[in-house]
Design a protein around this ligand. Sequence first.
Ligand code: GLU
Length: 897
Amino acid sequence: MNIPASCKRGLMPYAASVTANRTAGLFEPKNEHLVLALQNAATKVNMHQLLGPSRIIVVDMEYLEGDNSFEANKKVCRQMRGGIAAIFGPVSEISRAHVQGLSQAFEIPHLQAAWDARNPREDFSISVYPDHEVLSGAYADLIKYWKWTQFTVIYEDNNSLIRLQKILELARGEEFTMKVRQLQGGTSGYISMLKDMHEKLEYRMVIDCSVEKVLDILDAANSLNMVNDYFHFHFTSLDISQLDLDRFAQKGANITAMRLIRPSSPEVVNIYNEWANRESNTVRSPLLGMRAIATETALMYDAVNLFARALSSLSNQQLQTEELQCGKKETWKKGANLLNYIKSLEYHGLSGKIRFEEGRRKDFNLDVISLTNKGITEIGSWNRKSGVNISVTVQQQEQDDLTRLRNMTLRVVTIFDPPYVIKRNTTGENGRYEEGFIIDLMEELSKSLGFKYEIYEQHKKAYGSEQKDGKWDGMIGDLIERDSVNKADLAAAGLTITYDRARVVDFTMPFLNLGITIIYKKPEKKPPALFSFLSPLSIDVWIYMIAAYLCVSFMLFVIARFTPYEWENPHPCNEDSEVVENQFTILNSLWFTIGSLMQQGCDIMPKAISTRMVACLWWFFVLIFISSYTANLTAFLTVSRMDAPIKNADDLSKQSSIKYGTLKSGSTRNFFKNSNLTVFKRMNAYMEANADSILVDSNKDGFERVVKSNYAFLAESTSIDYQIQRNCDLMQIGSDLDTKGYGIAAPKGSPWIGLISREIVRFQQQQVIQGIYKKWWVDQAGKVCKTDDDEDAAASAALGVRNVGGVFVVLAGGSIFGLLVSILEFLWKVGKNARKDKQSFWSEFTEELRFVVRCKSSRNLSADCGKSRKDTDAHNGVRYSPANTMPSFDKHRDVLE
Ligand code: GLU
């Protein structure tokens, strides 16, 4: 390597009176920027006489052709023979390790600006690069700040793993799910790795690679359409600001990193301008065409300045270099002193404050940067004490997102299912072929957030379920896969928020609440039964009532016989009559009680306290009984009771005559698949066994099947409400089996979901959603099905013959029975009189019949009728002989005597 003389001996020609503090620089040709930074820094130190007017730094530069200790050893020994106060570089691992060993052995301070994870480092070797452990902790802090629980770590080599150590340690915590991938070489390697990540829904990644590979990786991701709003690429390189990332700025992806060198700091601006101007001169700039100063370049500049400040505090004697021989044991006696000075210094350089703790640079600040429309922008900072501090507020972030959203046309996947989305034949007011609840909701969202949207129907008309291979179908699949055709930014339909789906996509707040329920045909109405007037009381009560009637009648009969006050003289004018009568014969008792039961009363009235008491209590019983009967009667005369064969899911699961099922693919089907409750497990087993014949492709098919056959459909209450308001022959069976909600879904990490979600909450609060719901569920229903109450009310307004027919039947039956009994009585009487009058039955029958007929035809004969009738035993009472009954009633006996 041809090294310019100025390089070999420092950049400043110096006079004999000036003391030169000789140092050695060892670098590989690829690290030319470090050489330039070192020389530039030394020149500036000398120019500004930082070491005083008579001292300068001289850098003797050596180039290392390869990464080997032999070459490094040879070149360092050559430098030592001339006497050196410090060694800068090299960067390559093997040479560096060897130089560190030599510096330790000969006690010559070794300063470096490259990342070095050797731990513990040789004492005499000191690095201004941030300590690798603290730096790794900063990366981990950022992951924690973002609350990433699922992410992928991509590493390049073993050093990457050391750099990512603290992030990898996060995986020990249960809340983090981390995948680790090694970067595959070349564009094809990047593409196959990123493709796999896309398929496996790995949207967030931390990439540790050299800065040179960053653009290639992003280009590969871009070719796969992955540099979009849903992906987050975080690079651990501190040099991202050097790159031209403008072509990715509008793509929407989150591209972030951290940096040590802040381009806007005055020191950096000065040096940058100075170096940038050199570009036009013959001397090359350490920037070497970069957009910003590379971290290691700035650190080399800082290392030289740090060294210079240490030199300036020591006298010439304290810095007297010695000519050392590699083969000998002598060391540089002043080296340790100089090293201690360097370690104790605190200096503010291009990379911020430089201060050493235990020989390492642990106290440093980092900027958190992100690619935005304005290019690479600082969004926050990190330091060891206060951790991550993101200065972009949530409000600012939202404002940025909103501004971007306003210029966007979102692709919305849906399923045509009334009333959520309905296909029109002509365009509506909004110029769309679709209408429905969801379209109105999207219109409201688009109005308030200012975005445009285009709707397309999911090609398989499926909502989305996880397949056996872990992939998702339906609308959820379209959000995840995002291939060139089936690529959606939002899924808006009657899409249920479920735990499984929320793992792979983001949902807004629910806009409708619902639950799974059963829809089935209303049972046929039965006309009221002929004897429905008996229904108000159960059979048991009727039987008890008859028993009570018989018992009370019999009691009355017995009590009346016991009590003397019911025995009366049938001829009150004849006080001497020895005959007393009791009106409560068994027949009269039965007549009295039935008379009160029918609320008619009769001419037999109790006279004794005991019988009156019984009568009183019977009337009370009758009062309550008749009131209860009357209160219930109307309902039973009018309600045509419906007997649904099933009343809930349990009934459905236990029978086999009614078939039942759900949608083939959807949250309802999954509800049964995942349930642990016995009833639902039983239903699932049935559905599993008969899947082909009972599961349907769409809600429409399900509802049609309910109407046409003996089939119960398990669907969501909102869809069922819509159907039963339009088809009065259908009804909901039982209550909801669960509670959940519909939400709008977006790919994981979508920046729009928060904004849309917030709008949905506002719509809920301002009752916009209720308005849309009413429009589609109620107002559009047209006819309103009558409820059972309505029908009952209408029926009770006018009772038809059907309602009270039974009463007529009883009346007719009773009348006929009465007629038959009267005929029997007549015949019996005829027979009796015939025997008495010693006439033939037929002559007596003819005579009596004639009398009856005559009696009926002439009112005037009625008196005769009674008179002439041979009524010899018309006496109803019981004749009483005091001699053989009731001897104990003295009073009575007195009367009788
Ligand atoms: N809303 C359901 C879903 O998102 C589809 C209907 C159903 O499964 O009943 O999967």
